[in-house]
Design a protein around this ligand. Structure first.
Ligand SMILES: *Cc1c(COP(=O)(O)O)cnc(C)c1O
Length: 411
């Protein structure tokens, strides 16, 4: 044999009896078959075999299984971003002529996707007020096929009555799809929303998760998952995933697998830090409103309490349950936009940047026009600034915001 042939066809065997904390990482586009019969027989859809890198590797199958353990699903597909997960669920489960409902406070790029691609493919959409059951009820048309849910809504953080919305949607035969990025499988169980109350758990049909956020935890990986317990939906998701040519890189899957064991610890730490910040700053004279679902006056707080801190008393709920390390403040309307921009620019520890769940604290000022067609009455007039807490020491983050706010206060 020539040297190149020997080099490529070397008699490598993977190590046996090498059990270790982290699983081995497998990367492949091509997967070999021992013979043509095996090539024709193998089926990737039920994970009984490997056929091609895009259809799954031991590493991606393992990550799918661990995510199912985290969120309580049975089947999952991995896609290159959280937004791709929203797109994948829409494209797999809807068709031309269908209508889809989206909460008015949903993750912005998901709305833009509906206005762009879904619209072009003949799938119509409308928005409903997630704090109002009648709003959802009135928005359902004979063409409605799926309802998106998000708890809480991105940026404005209103927490909906998720069990009630799911019951209503299911009573109309609609598919329920939850963006579960905030809950991350930790704050509540999307596939068992009211534990122990019924023989068949009250469950969303589909959960999408931006793994970019807490599962990665590093601010350095983009990935998303789409998960379900329903075999029929799993089949549709997997076939569409294959036809669209979606897949994720082995190194990225490895990064998520490496970070998953610490997800609950990071989530709880960022939760505690965010609550300490809210507690310290809510009565600052320039703060008009605190938007954090565990904060008693935040819109939908009672819904958060019953889902994420069940059994807690209203007086003590603030110290209980789970919430992501995210909150928004509405700052005094007498400030100018330039002053609010200067406040954000001037923060030392909060970097300007999108996303959350990583080690560094972030800040983004939002313009109302980018969030809603109209500011709802439950949100105060003023400038909305969204904070995502990192893993820094809480007191340093509090000092950073306080000195920024104090600098804004007029003499
Ligand atoms: C970040 C985010 C997404 C999108 O995730 P990417 O990986 O950034 O595309 C979707 N939904 C929510 C709620 C998010 O916060």
């Amino acid at each position: 044999m020539g040297r190149n042939t020997d080099l490529i066809q070397h008699p490598y065997q993977p190590p046996a009896e090498f059990e270790a904390p982290q699983p081995g990482v497998y990367k492949a586009s091509t997967v070999f078959f021992p013979n043509v019969a095996a090539m024709r027989q193998r089926d990737w859809k039920n994970k009984s075999g490997y056929t091609y890198g895009l259809h799954g590797t031991p590493t991606t199958f393992l990550l799918e299984e661990r995510l199912c353990t985290l969120e309580g699903g049975l089947h999952a597909v991995l896609v290159p971003s959280g937004l791709a997960a929203i797109a994948q669920a829409n494209l797999a489960l809807l068709q031309a002529g269908d209508h889809v409902l989206i909460p008015a406070n949903a993750y912005g790029p998901g709305k833009v996707l509906a206005q762009g691609e879904l619209n072009r493919f003949g799938i119509t959409h409308s928005f409903y007020d997630p704090l109002s059951l009648p709003s959802l009820e009135q928005a359902i048309t004979p063409a409605t096929r799926m309802v998106w849910l998000e708890a809480p809504g991105s940026v404005t953080m209103e927490f909906p009555d998720l069990p009630a919305l799911v019951r209503l949607a299911q009573s109309r035969g609609l598919i329920t799809a939850l963006d579960n990025t905030w809950g991350a499988g930790l704050a509540f169980n999307p596939f068992d929303l009211v534990p122990g109350t019924a023989q068949t758990p009250l469950s969303v049909d589909v959960s999408v998760h931006a793994l970019t956020k807490y599962p990665s935890g590093g601010g350095d990986v983009l990935m998303g998952s789409v998960m379900t317990r329903r075999d029929d939906l799993a089949q549709a998701l997997k076939l569409s995933h294959m036809r669209l040519g979606l897949g994720v890189a082995g190194n990225d899957a490895e990064a998520i697998l490496r970070a998953l064991p610490s997800i609950a610890m990071r989530y709880d730490r960022q939760d505690q830090t965010a609550r300490a910040m809210v507690q310290a700053l809510h009565d600052h004279p320039l703060v008009r409103q605190v938007l954090h679902p565990a904060w008693p006056d935040s819109p939908g707080h009672a819904h958060w309490r019953s889902l994420c801190a069940p059994g807690s008393m209203p007086e003590t709920a603030w110290q209980q349950g789970r919430a992501a390390g995210l909150f928004s403040l509405i700052l005094d309307p007498s400030l100018s936009s330039a002053e609010v921009d200067a406040f954000c620019d001037g923060l030392k520890l909060h970097r300007l940047g999108y996303s959350w769940g990583g080690p560094m604290s972030l800040v983004v000022p939002y313009a109302w026009g980018a969030l809603r067609t109209q500011r709802p009455a439950h949100l105060h007039d003023g400038h909305l600034v969204r904070f995502s807490t990192g893993l820094e020491d809480a007191q340093d983050l509090i000092d950073d915001l306080r000195s920024g706010l104090d600098a804004l206060r007029r003499p």
